[in-house]
Write a protein that binds this ligand. Sequence first.
Ligand code: HEC
Ligand code: HEC
Length: 213
Amino acid sequence: MKRSLLALLCTLTAFGVQAADAAKATPKGDAARGQPIASAVCGACHGPDGNSQLAVNPKLAGQHPEYLLKQMKNFKAADGKQPERVNAIMNGMIAAFDEGQMLDIATYFGSQTQKGETAKNRETIELGQKLYRGGDQAKGLPACAACHGPAGAGIPAQYPRIGGQFAEYTEAQLKAFRDGVRANDPNKMMRMVALKLTDVEIKAVADYIAGLR
Ligand code: HEC
Ligand code: HEC
């Protein structure tokens, strides 16, 4: 157990360095240019300011632009290949946009303020909090906080904000990582985490995260 945690921490450190390099290299997008596309095209599902009203559509407001850009690129099929992140709706929605437009849209949504959800299940808060903050050493599960931060704000550029997100969306993503349906996480970081979670634990941690600030 100790060993796998150590390996993970080494990966983390290595990624921290890479993330810092990536942040330096990332060109700045133009939020004012991204706003009209974001509000008109994406806003129908994600809300004009990225605060979606429906749990199936994730909130994008306040998310790190680097992460948003990566997801958009992952949704877009390149060179006739299967996109790295498969979702029928998003694979279609993003097809028309080039990388410059994606960066502008990402910069716009990233600059908006998230209106966070709340935790709804009193009975599972304790379990959710325990998993989020401490993981489960007995089964080699690292704490979510190690990568997503104590308040769920993420660590740019690589680790997304997850606090305040709809529990239903978080739950669906954790199951998609666990089943390998979503496989665009660098170094299988999330697939390794999700494999160690039961359905009950996924529900508990997803609900806890919805109320996390
Ligand atoms: C018809 C509804 C719809 C529209 C319009 C739409 N999206 Fe989405 N979007 C979704 C759904 C549903 C998901 C969740 C996909 C999944 O479950 O993997 C999503 C996921 C995303 C994600 C991943 C978020 C994350 O936290 O990983 C990004 C980024 C995104 N959309 C950007 C956009 C952009 C940019 C546009 C406009 C060009 C757009 N979307 C238009 C429905 C939509
Ligand atoms: C070793 C680092 C690491 C740990 C520990 C970790 N994550 Fe992640 N997580 C990531 C990375 C990296 C991504 C982004 C993957 C990508 O680029 O698509 C991510 C993405 C996610 C997403 C998708 C967000 C979105 O908007 O679609 C969710 C949900 C998530 N993590 C939840 C958790 C939970 C819950 C835990 C604890 C049980 C956890 N993570 C532990 C690294 C980690």
